[in-house]
Ligand binder design. Structure first.
Ligand SMILES: C[S@@+](CC[C@H](N)C(=O)[O-])C[C@H]1O[C@@H](n2cnc3c(N)ncnc32)[C@H](O)[C@@H]1O
Length: 251
């Protein structure tokens, strides 16, 4: 029951409360908004990772304008820790301004990390990338264009970064002799997702992980399709994570 006293207390907590009190109010506001306007489940807010101060500070620095991918960056960081003892290099397809690469490189600074990006944004979406009609959003070629210099600046402190500018899969052949422990595929569209899997799947070490940033995202249906088509005759299961990511652990 929302009595005036409770509403007043909630406003007070929001501005002057402890972290726990502020969180309780935010969660209640999200729950009200979801029941009034949406149909989505709101997960509870009491989670250890939200209190990881070091992660939060790094995320804020690296993605100041994007509050929406902290859970995915944290999950990627955890997968990077998981593969610490697995042999092989790391790679990322679609590095944009380097935020996710930073979390990979920071965990394993002695392991080579190969980055592939056009720096001209997305390639041309095709029919397989058509968004579900009721979700009013679609990608265009050139979306997410970034500057190579900015990415290098973000990653300047890591000696293990090798950047390959160009359209996927043009430059993959330059790392064809490597095996990989971790590959992050984050290119949003069907064709480059498929090309990335085609190249990297057979080069994964046993126990290595392919993290698929867009697998469970309703605004990237082409990525979901590409992964399922590619994996249908493989023995590994594709984890469909609540963050919207997918993950394949190579057997
Ligand atoms: C969502 S952003 C990557 C974000 C980054 N992984 C992060 O989390 O910080 C997608 C990137 O994929 C790149 N990209 C998309 N299609 C590509 C293609 N066919 N070839 C090369 N790069 C591509 C875009 O230029 C863009 O930088």
């Amino acid at each position: 029951m929302y009595t005036p006293q409770r509403i007043f207390k909630a406003i007070y907590w929001l501005f002057f409360g402890t972290t726990g009190q502020r969180r309780r109010v935010r969660l209640e506001l999200a729950r009200i908004s979801a029941s009034l306007f949406g149909d989505h489940y709101i997960g509870e807010d009491y989670k250890l990772w939200l209190d990881d101060r070091e992660f939060r500070e790094n995320y804020k620095k690296l993605s100041p304008g994007n509050p929406y991918s902290a859970d995915r960056k944290f999950t990627l960081r955890e997968f990077t820790r998981l593969v610490k003892e697995v042999p092989g290099a790391m790679a990322e397809c679609g590095c944009y301004e380097g935020a996710s690469a930073w979390f990979m490189a920071n965990e394993l600074p002695e392991v080579p990390l190969y980055l592939f990006d056009s720096f001209e944004g997305l390639s041309e979406p095709d029919d397989k990338d058509k968004t579900i009609p009721e979700i009013d959003f679609s990608w265009k070629s050139g979306d997410l264009t970034s500057l190579e210099e900015k990415t290098m600046q973000t990653l300047r402190n890591f000696p293990n970064i090798f950047l390959f500018k160009g359209w996927i899969p043009e430059r993959f052949s330059e790392v064809s002799d490597e095996m990989f422990r971790l590959v992050h595929i984050d290119v949003d569209l069907y064709q480059p997702t498929k090309d990335s899997l085609d190249f990297f799947y057979t080069r994964m070490s046993a126990g290595g992980v392919i993290v698929l940033d867009d697998y469970g995202s309703t605004i990237c249906p082409g990525a979901y399709k590409a992964v399922n088509e590619f994996m249908h005759n493989k023995k590994e299961y594709v984890l469909n994570l609540p963050t919207g990511q997918g993950a394949i652990i190579k057997l």
